[in-house]
Ligand binder design. Structure first.
Ligand SMILES: Nc1ncnc2c1ncn2[C@@H]1O[C@H](COP(=O)(O)OP(=O)(O)OP(=O)(O)O)[C@@H](O)[C@H]1O
Ligand SMILES: [Mg+2]
Length: 242
């Protein structure tokens, strides 16, 4: 199953992606986490691994990808060939407890150009990765809805929308859910950082309470533990994916 996690900036996409990956791995599934956020340092700390090398480098670097992108537009050629989790180059994948982690690419320098090539690679990668039974991909995206504009969602099966208790986040989640449904994707809504009042107010499929443990892990850049609520998200994802 290919699961894409999105929502407003700071709502908890990386935290929820981590909980989903750990929850799936705890059920014996093989999980690949794809860090498709080109701005933040990345989800790897939440998962307790080192920062993976940019996958863009494996494809020859940003310049090469730009060339491939141009060819892709002019001649409809592929940027990323079909690939399986086991075939991914070891130098670009970090692994821990049944979870593999890779990163599409980051903006490293001033003036290096926009992140569009990375968006194209993320979209192509998601379409090109071929999964065996019992394998899942979890994609942690950048904030907002630019990835919809880039078409990254096209290759996924389930869109997980993370909602934090704020008016903006709730509204954006509605927009994301309706965009996802308009392209035929199944949607799971996760309300994150909720207290009792917020849980009553926000309509969602699963609820993750505000957790001091998560807060502290994020503050110190440490691995996030599995918390209550993760199981329900995984159940819901497996249910809608049937
Ligand atoms: N369930 C939770 N309980 C307590 N704090 C949380 C929880 N989820 C997220 N946080 C807090 O919210 C912050 C942002 O979470 P996270 O990095 O997962 O958001 P994000 O949506 O991935 O952000 P970005 O848009 O920058 O990628 C964390 O650093 C942490 O402080
Ligand atoms: Mg994030």
């Amino acid at each position: 199953m290919k699961i894409l996690v999105c929502g407003k900036g700071g709502c908890g996409k990386s935290v929820i992606s981590t909980l989903i990956a750990k929850g799936l791995a705890a059920r014996g599934r093989k999980v690949l986490v794809v860090d498709a956020d080109e701005s933040n340092y990345g989800i790897h700390r939440n998962l307790g691994v080192e920062q993976p090398r940019d996958f863009m480098e494996w494809l020859g670097g940003k310049e090469k990808v730009r060339e491939k992108l141009l060819k892709f537009i002019q001649e409809d050629t592929r940027i990323v060939e079909d690939v399986r989790i086991d075939m991914l180059p070891e130098d670009f994948v970090e692994r821990k407890n049944g979870i593999a982690v890779m990163a599409i690419g980051k903006i490293h320098e001033f003036g290096e150009g926009c992140a569009c090539p990375m968006g194209a690679v993320a979209r192509e990668f998601l379409e090109s990765i071929k999964l065996e039974d019992g394998e899942d991909v979890v994609v942690d995206t950048d904030a907002g809805i630019e990835h919809f504009g880039r078409g990254v969602e096209a290759g996924c099966d389930v869109v997980v929308v993370v909602i934090e208790p704020s008016y903006e986040s709730i509204r954006l989640a509605e927009k994301i859910a309706s965009m996802a449904r308009s392209i035929g994707k199944r949607v799971v809504r996760v309300a994150n950082k909720v207290d009792e009042e917020a849980a009553e107010l926000i309509e969602a499929d699963a609820y993750v309470p505000y957790s001091q443990e998560i807060y502290r892990a994020c503050l110190f850049g440490e691995e996030i533990p599995l918390v209550d609520g993760a199981d329900r998200i995984v159940d819901k994802i497996l249910e809608v994916a049937k």
